[in-house]
Write a new protein. Sequence first.
Length: 430
Amino acid sequence: MACVIIVGTQWGDEGKGKIVDLLTERADAVVRYQGGNNAGHTVMFGNKTFVTHLVPSGILRKTTSILGNGVVIDLAELIKEIDVLEQMDIAVENYLRISDRAQLVMPWHKTFDRLGEEQKGTKKIGTTGRGIGPAYEDKIGRSGIRVGDLLDPEHFRTLLEEIVDKKNQQLEHYYKSDEPPFSTELIFSEFANHLKKLEPYICDSVMLLNQLVEQGKNILFEGAQGTFLDVDHGTYPFVTSSNTLAGGACAGAGIGPTRITDVLGIVKAYTTRVGSGPFPTELFDKDGELLQSEGNEFGATTGRPRRCGWFDALLVRQAVRLNGVTGMAVMKLDVLDNFETLKIAVGYRLANGELRENLPRSLESVTPVYEEMPGWNRKTAGITDYEQLPPEMLAYLDRLSELVGAPVSIISTGPKREESIVLNPDQLWR
Ligand code: IMP
């Protein structure tokens, strides 16, 4: 039995989808525990590319796929994803399960996400606009609506009547918007339609998950976003609104911490970020452009170009601590194929001249101190034999591992399932 958490160690987009897909071969269930359709998990096999936003990417391997209680769900978007999967001959009804305790993303959450960003002007977070922040605000404010509330239509209508009135006041008086007010009747009938499609999927996911654990099954927990978008430990306020860390899996899926056997940290061989917020190793030169073009660094959810920079060992070392990472999957090494020299941030110079080797509270005005290593300067994309990796790449990997304090478990040399070198295949699924 193994319960393995897959977690992003940077600002998301590390390549979690590919690794979840790879490891799902031996998993009995895959569970999402936080976030919503702000995520975009890209999986490539054969000549096809798939992006899942809400449904755990394990579904592509026809595995039990659970949306845990910690996820915020936009039902209309979920139904669109299910439709695409069904067109691919995946009998989603057999595999997908939705927690009756997950929170719903309601129409006002999306509207207020957009209006809130407009109001912030130059201080905007650069959210994905999917209503994620406002949905979590209502959850914590104890005025959210949960999936299970839909199962009792009268109760749902009463909830809606109370909430819609407040949201319309907010729309008019706080956001001073002249958009049409939210209508209880329209929303009630829209959600009644969603329920017709989704009722068979709704369950007590905590019971389901814990039964699987008791039966000794292998479970993967699919983190979304990344460590430095965590609402507590990320670059606040430029973060998402959930706990993206491995620790979030326990609360967001309903499993005890003692059940977790491993935490696999997904690490991009360089750094990217989407949206606003500090990014010490960001590049604005031709090296940054090369990373962006070679790495095809455009958001899987919004299509926005990702900001690119060198590997930051301070960030990933902190992520190893915060998540208790037991092994790393290092992704997109092939994107570095054309660099003569590689740089790794090993320290930060603060504005007062002080040198720091651990993360300061704010990353706003730090200057990275770099160590340089020779690049391998040859094509490695698609190599699947460890012995064929260039010595400079192995040296780079050794140095990353030493700096961040975690062993390398998987090396990824391309986007496809097969373009991976798993160093200890039996280590995770013991
Ligand atoms: P939100 O999650 O839409 O509220 O956006 C908050 C911040 O998290 C923004 O900077 C987004 O660009 C970022 N973000 C949210 N989801 C992802 C993701 O899946 N990958 C990378 N960045 C993300």
